[in-house]
Design a binder for this molecule. Structure first.
Ligand SMILES: Nc1ncnc2c1ncn2[C@@H]1O[C@H](COP(=O)(O)OP(=O)(O)OP(=O)(O)O)[C@@H](O)[C@H]1O
Ligand SMILES: [Mg+2]
Length: 468
């Protein structure tokens, strides 16, 4: 098998950059701590540090070569000298994309990008060699890195594209040049920077800029922004729309689903053809993600039935709804870990899942929520508006932490069993002390709210993972 990148190809991709010695690289990275043997290391300037300081480290860890724009003393291996390492990374990503024969999908949306991207990876990899972005590598660094990692022989590529601010998606979409683009959802996420949901919908629709020939846009048919996004897609030259959702107008349409703690049984019509499948991740939001993914599979020309059969093995990942059963006292508890991120859309999805999860025996539903960040001036309102969903979750005890959660605390009836503390460290002891065997406990907040502290306290108070 030929190397991912040979030095001559790197030189030509980077406008004939000077290379100090020939090399072959089998990976591409910018994080010196994550360098693997044979990687091409890009020395990028970060906010707090500069990758050029870590070039010797990267070579010590086995890097094949380093791309640099400054002098590096005693580097320890072949150097590729360029005027600007960030620009060079984009160039290499573009070269990776240009040489690829893969069918390419791009995934954006306010929530559900990584969930949908990872489901697509699993579904496609079972059919042909597939490459997908790692983790949430969806920004100005993550996208070109993912493209530069696209193996020559990949038949499918799946790339996550995200944004915090207006204007970020279009250049990334143009790099990916997807055949099929999917927008999972549009909701008030990062709305503090974006102003309105309409502005978010417009920004997401920039996913359809600069697509490959015969492009397809996959859109949430139930979204009130559907027409708006379809209109934008048309302006970018995309005329083939596929809608997914509950709507009778959806091409990938939900007929029925039975939601259970451990997943769902789904019946859907994909372009009028009925399919039934089991989904390994719980919650209605996952059912909709799966429809979006199946619509993409169909548009990519892959086998929909084989793809649907894989969905039973697709589960939520740690911090995004993964469940753990822990020994607790003379029984067990179930922990729903959603500590990785939170916004009004995914909070509601989690509360709906909690409502459907049956505690064991005399167990109760226990809810722990930390602040949702980046919601701008209306942050308190978005928090307070969760009051109904909290009531509907059936939680017998509610623990809140963070300044904005104070607004939800005030919005809940004063009779409710709710405690509010300034931060997650302050509330973790209360949560651990309150739990009883049989309980189901859900923990969710933005990453910056550090809800993992609560997860860790619960795990520490437990007797470890229970069998089965
Ligand atoms: N369609 C959906 N609707 C509501 N919530 C969802 C949906 N899909 C996933 N979620 C929830 O949202 C959270 C984040 O999911 P995921 O990591 O897939 O999103 P993302 O868009 O990749 O986020 P990020 O912007 O951090 O990369 C998880 O807690 C998950 O359970
Ligand atoms: Mg993500």
């Amino acid at each position: 098998m030929s190397a991912l990148w040979k030095s001559a190809e790197v030189a030509s991709a980077l406008c004939h950059a000077a290379i100090s010695a020939p090399f072959e690289a089998n990976g591409v990275t910018f994080d010196s701590r994550a360098v693997g043997k044979g990687d091409l290391f890009f020395a990028l300037a970060g906010e707090s540090t500069d990758g050029h300081r870590f070039v010797p480290d990267a070579f010590a860890r086995g890097a094949a070569a380093a791309v640099v724009s400054q002098n590096v003393e005693a580097a320890g291996g072949p150097l590729v000298r360029v005027p600007d390492t960030m620009m060079a990374l984009v160039q290499l990503g573009r070269a990776g994309r240009r040489r690829s024969r893969a069918r390419i999908a791009s995934v954006s949306g306010s929530v559900g990008k990584t969930s949908t991207k990872d489901a697509l990876r699993a579904m496609l990899a079972a059919q042909a060699p597939t490459s997908a972005s790692a983790a949430s590598f969806n920004n100005h660094v993550g996208v070109p890195i993912s493209l530069a990692r696209l193996p020559r022989d990949a038949r499918y590529g799946v790339f996550e594209i995200g944004m915090n601010h207006a204007g970020e998606i279009e250049p990334l979409a143009r790099q990916v040049e997807a055949h099929v683009g999917v927008i999972t959802t549009v909701g008030p996420v990062h709305i503090g920077y974006m102003g309105s949901e309409e502005a978010i919908a417009d920004e997401k629709a920039c996913l359809f800029a600069g697509m490959a020939p015969d492009p397809v846009a996959v859109l949430n048919r139930d979204s009130r922004h559907y027409e708006r996004m379809a209109g934008r897609a048309r302006r970018f030259g995309v005329s083939h729309m596929i809608g997914f959702g509950r709507s009778e107008h959806a091409d990938a349409r939900l007929v029925s689903c039975s939601l259970q703690d451990s997943g769902s049984d789904v019946v859907a019509l994909i372009h009028g053809r009925r399919i039934e499948y089991r989904l390994g991740a719980a919650g209605e939001h996952w059912v909709l993600n799966s429809l979006a993914a199946l619509a993409v599979i169909e548009a990519l020309g892959a086998d929909v039935d084989r793809a649907a059969a894989i969905l039973g093995d697709v589960g939520a990942s740690p911090g995004r709804g993964a469940r753990r059963r822990l020994k607790f006292g003379n029984g067990t508890i179930e922990l729903l870990d959603e500590s990785y991120n939170a916004n009004p859309v995914s909070m509601r999805a989690m509360l709906a899942v909690l409502a459907r999860t049956q505690p064991l025996g005399n167990g109760r539903r226990v809810l722990v929520m930390g602040d949702m960040r980046e919601l701008g001036n209306d942050a308190d309102r978005y928090h307070a508006e969760l009051a109904d969903a909290v009531a509907g979750s059936g939680a017998a005890q509610v623990f809140l932490c963070g300044p904005h959660m104070g607004a939800l605390f005030r919005a809940l009836p004063s009779s409710s069993p709710v405690l509010h503390r300034p931060d997650s460290a302050g509330i973790s002891g209360d949560v651990a002390a309150a739990l009883r065997p049989g309980d189901v406990v859900a923990v969710k907040g933005s990453l910056a709210s550090k809800m993992k502290v609560v997860v860790d306290a619960i795990v520490a108070a437990s007797g470890g993972e229970a069998e089965g």
